[in-house]
Design a binder for this molecule. Structure first.
Ligand SMILES: [Zn+2]
Ligand SMILES: [Zn+2]
Length: 300
């Protein structure tokens, strides 16, 4: 198969990805390297990356359709992987990202993230002791570097730093992690994936577009609260002097608007997507070498 034919395949709408495409690309890359054509080898990487993005995207759609509790985390990780692939694609082919459904996939995956209930993550603090260049294999130290730039392409391969020795200093609980897949699960409460489940009732085709509209709405317990009576939050203070007109009485609501599905079905529905979590402070006595992170989660 030629690159032109693969390009045509990648432009077609499909419900499953032909696994032979990856094998074909592998052969094409080997040929390019044999012919000592670095530009062609990099071009093959471009198509490999788009193939991976499409393959993962179609897999995400299937997994969400399956509505299996255990698959939601792996879908989350695949979304993160797609984000990383987009980053490297832009890094090397910044001028070409309007084809092969890429804008659609990028927009949909960003919207999917908003429907996830995950709010807290683990973030690692580490010192890299020893690392090697993935292209030349040279061991790198602050004084001994090579010419390869991480994230750039060389002969159809992405340059990265292979960490050979790592010292783990601490783990922190954060809201915006570097590694999105380090999701913190509390032992008792199950995450609520109702927003994704509702989405799958009206998202029938991976190429169908949809978007979310996030608004704030009054929490049910505050509906009809009287200004001069006790605040529904249980503080014992009058409502008007406590939560009234503050963010404490509001919750996040997400509307999902799906193209091709009448507004009646979706815009009238309101979803509570997040499990309200309260994160308490990590005790100061937590020792850095105690790698086990303690999660203090209270679900209201
Ligand atoms: Zn190198
Ligand atoms: Zn209150």
């Amino acid at each position: 198969m030629t690159l032109d034919k693969i390009s045509v395949y990648l432009s077609e709408r499909k419900r499953s990805f032909n696994p032979e495409i990856m094998a074909e690309l592998n052969v094409l890359k080997k040929d390019a390297i044999e012919k000592e054509d670095e530009e062609l080898a990099n071009e093959v990487w471009y198509y490999e990356t788009i193939s991976q993005i499409q393959l993962k995207f179609l897999q995400i759609f299937d997994d969400l359709q399956a509505d299996d509790y255990d698959k939601y985390l792996s879908v989350w990780c695949e979304i993160d992987h797609i984000c990383i692939l987009f980053y490297f694609l832009r890094n090397n082919f910044s001028e070409r990202d309007k084809q092969f459904f890429l804008p659609h996939i990028e927009a949909i995956t960003a919207e999917l993230v908003k429907l996830y209930p995950y709010e807290v993550f683990l973030s690692r603090e580490t010192i890299v002791k020893r690392e090697e260049c993935s292209i030349c294999g040279k061991e790198l130290t602050p004084r001994n570097r090579c010419a390869h730039i991480p994230g750039k392409l060389y002969w159809g391969e992405l340059c990265s730093r292979n960490v050979k020795e790592l010292e783990l200093l601490a783990m922190a609980i954060v809201e915006h992690p570097f590694d999105k897949y380090c999701v913190l699960f509390d032992e008792v409460t199950k995450y609520n994936y109702c927003a994704l489940q509702e989405l799958m009732h009206c998202w029938f085709d991976p190429y169908q577009t949809w978007h979310t509209i996030v608004t704030k709405k009054l929490l049910p317990e505050f509906r009809g609260a009287k200004v001069n009576l006790a605040c529904p939050c249980g503080s014992g203070i009058k409502y008007k002097k406590c939560c009234m007109d503050t963010p404490s009485e509001l919750m996040e609501h997400t509307h999902i608007a799906v193209n091709g599905v009448g507004p009646k079905l979706c815009s009238s529905k309101i979803y509570r997507t997040k499990i309200p979590l309260e994160i308490s402070k990590i005790p100061d006595e937590c020792e850095p070498e105690g790698i086990r992170a303690h999660a203090f989660l209270q679900v209201r």
